[in-house]
Design a protein around this ligand. Structure first.
Ligand SMILES: Nc1ncnc2c1ncn2[C@@H]1O[C@H](COP(=O)(O)OP(=O)(O)OP(=O)(O)O)[C@@H](O)[C@H]1O
Ligand SMILES: [Mg+2]
Length: 302
């Protein structure tokens, strides 16, 4: 267990020590979220490092990470708790076999904690006296509105009620990171409870530092050219722009091919590492890639 960071600079250093190179504005939002015990809401394009923030914070602070992956149709049984029907059935059979006294005990016993299966939200609240975990509510935009409404309650009161048992309340709130790819707008009421930060694509300098840390095996010249290329590519009119994850992947892929610098043929052959839509690849491959490559080489050499 590590103490919470004491300043924004402290927060930047804490992230960096885990190889996460953050913008100062993100470190500010995170610092405040930790200090004020408020959830951090991260929105941004795919692959810009939203999910990674939660993982890195858990690692840096020595907390456990509880992850709730959202999807359409996510329900209470998968997100909060579920009764262990199999074990309850066994208990019922045993009571039937042993007689009346056991049967009377059965009713209270069967809906006790012993038969409760904790799902991520309950697990994150019901941590007893241990240090609160980091709760990652990932890709909230994939769920539906009723779930959001439920979540709103959890995030405001740090409690869930289970009819058969009562209310379970967190002694201390977990550290919460909510992410969204903004495929739809999240309700204002949820956002209001959180501190909000839009995660941007990094500038060239920050992206190069990320690559140096995440793909250290890549030769320096190659990394520079890849970063310059991807930065230019993000200005192109594409259906889906490459994220940081793609830049890292590209550096690793090219290194695996023993490349020490970009060349037009290799770029064309490996575009599928950076672009994931055939229309985008078809558009860039050839003349446009060559033009971007020329500019990128000039920038990287400077
Ligand atoms: N600022 C950063 N510093 C270090 N690594 C980063 C940074 N941003 C992104 N990465 C790396 O990029 C990869 C993708 O990050 P992550 O999965 O967090 O993206 P995401 O925003 O959650 O994407 P998606 O919306 O697709 O889930 C990870 O391997 C992560 O380590
Ligand atoms: Mg993610």
């Amino acid at each position: 267990m590590t103490a919470l960071p004491k300043s924004i600079d402290d927060t930047l250093a804490l992230l960096r020590a885990q190889d996460y190179v953050a913008e100062r504005s993100l470190a500010t939002a995170l610092f405040l979220a930790l200090k004020m015990e408020r959830p951090l809401f991260l929105e941004g394009e795919a692959g810009v490092g939203k999910t990674e923030v939660a993982k890195v914070v858990a690692r840096a602070l020595g907390r456990s990470l509880v992850r709730l992956q959202c999807y359409e149709g996510l329900d209470i049984a998968s997100a909060v708790y579920e009764w262990n029907y199999q074990r309850q059935m066994v208990e019922i059979r045993l009571a039937e076999a042993t007689g009346k006294a056991a049967r009377e005990e059965l009713e209270s016993g069967i809906f006790s904690r012993k038969f409760l299966i904790k799902r991520p939200l309950l697990e994150a609240l019901d941590h007893g006296d241990a240090e609160p975990p980091v709760l990652l509510i990932d890709e909230l935009d994939r769920t539906d509105e009723p779930f959001e409404a439920y979540l709103l309650e959890v995030l405001s009161d740090w409690q869930v009620s289970i009819p058969e048992i009562g209310t379970i309340r967190a002694k201390r709130p977990p550290i919460v990171v909510v992410t969204s790819n903004r495929t739809r707008e999240i309700h204002d009421a949820v956002k209001r409870r959180c501190l909000y930060h839009w995660v941007n694509y990094p500038d060239a300098q920050r992206e190069l530092e990320i690559v140096r840390r995440k793909a250290p095996e890549a030769p320096e010249r190659l990394s520079r050219e890849v970063v310059a290329f991807v930065q230019k590519l993000r200005a192109a009119d594409l259906f889906k722009l490459p994220g940081v994850a793609e830049t890292i992947d590209w550096c690793k892929a090219l290194t695996a091919l023993d490349a020490v610098a970009l060349d037009a043929a290799t770029v064309d052959d490996t575009l599928g590492v950076v672009l994931k839509y055939q229309d985008d690849i078809a558009k860039v491959r050839g003349a446009e890639a060559a033009a971007i490559l020329k500019e990128a080489k000039a920038v990287a050499a400077a």
